[in-house]
Write a protein that binds this ligand. Structure first.
Ligand code: MG
Length: 340
């Protein structure tokens, strides 16, 4: 198998405000895996908190391309990914780009969509949330209008003006909202007071209210919270799931954190065993990585896969949304076509 890659930058339609700053772009790397004339695609997206950059991904992929050239057949996904995982301990996004391309390649070689290979029911996809973000009241209102096709909104809060943001949204729409605090609430008392205030505001769940390492406070909040709590930054890979089971009601699985589709599928199975709810999420990504995650979406409860809708330069056509419901196609692999 031959691995090649390209560097790109994705630009947001609007500045993206999160708990610790404002971003206008995200670096990504697109990978291509070639076998017997068939080309498959993968993607690494690198938000700052993952600690990866164009340089770290390139350095990893250069090592991986030597390794992959030794494999004659792409079918042994598990053993190939095991060796890829051992190249470095971190680099989860770089690993995900190889995992996605490998699944895409297998699907293309078998002429089957990945959702079928994962034994999913194409019709059981969830609806995605549509992100409103942290913004001025007028801009939030505008985003609600732009997202009128979507059934659920995702609201980012950061500990400043949180109640005003929610009240502003509730003046415009009563649609269910999912809340993501991105570790933004200072302590457990503030968090509990906010959860109680949010409890009658038609909120689906609250994601990562406290700092990711703050396990004692997460458990304290879990025991008292009137709303479901989801771990995002606190759970990255398979090995983290057992740690969160007594501190959160659910987990947010993202391909860029967990090294891709293979491990995400394992995490879904483990989360089900532990009775955890599952959200499948994304970073700022093109329709390549979004479509890869969507292949597994019939297996989860909620989806937050609007990353490709929020960027100006989507480099792929892939899965679509029908009034917010993830709509899988029948194309082989992850179901994408690269734009020229
Ligand atoms: Mg989150």
């Amino acid at each position: 198998m031959k691995l090649t890659f390209e560097l790109h930058t994705l630009y947001f339609k609007r500045p993206f405000k999160i708990a610790h700053g404002v971003r206008t772009s995200t670096p990504i790397v697109l990978t291509q895996l070639e076998h017997e004339g068939i080309i498959a695609y993968g993607e690494a997206s690198m938000p700052p908190y993952l600690g990866e950059s164009h340089e770290t991904v390139l350095s990893f992929l250069n090592k991986a391309s030597v390794l992959l050239s030794k494999f004659q057949h792409p079918f042994e996904i598990e053993s190939i990914l095991k060796e890829v995982n051992l190249i470095e301990t971190a680099n989860t996004a770089a690993k995900a780009s190889i995992d996605i391309a490998l699944h895409d390649l297998n699907g293309r070689l078998q002429n089957q969509p990945c959702w079928k290979i994962f034994d999913c029911d194409k019709n059981k996809t969830p609806y995605t949330t549509y992100t409103l973000g942290i913004d001025e009241p007028e801009i939030i209102k505008q985003k609600i209008v732009e997202g009128s096709d979507y059934k659920y909104f995702k609201v980012k809060l950061n500990g400043e003006n949180d109640k005003a943001i929610i009240e502003n949204i509730r003046n415009v729409t009563d649609k269910p909202i999912a809340i993501d605090v991105n570790q933004g609430w200072r302590d457990k008392y503030i968090a509990l007071e906010m959860m109680e205030w949010l409890a009658n505001k038609n909120v689906l769940f609250v994601e990562q209210p406290l700092a990711k390492v703050n396990w004692d406070d997460a458990r304290w909040l879990y025991e008292r919270s009137p709303l479901p709590l989801f771990a995002d930054e606190s759970v990255q890979r398979y090995a983290d799931i057992d740690k969160v089971k007594d501190c959160f009601h659910g987990i947010n699985i993202k391909l860029m954190k967990c090294t891709g589709m293979f491990e995400a599928n394992k995490m879904i199975k483990r989360a089900r065993e532990l009775n955890l709810k599952i959200l499948i999420g994304c970073m700022s990504e093109t329709s390549c990585a979004i479509s890869a995650a969507a292949q597994l979406s019939p297996l989860v409860d909620y989806a937050d896969l609007d990353g490709s809708l929020l960027i100006k330069n989507n480099l792929f056509d892939g899965i679509t949304f029908t009034e917010g419901k993830i709509t899988l196609n029948d194309l082989p692999g992850i179901g994408v076509v690269k734009k020229v």
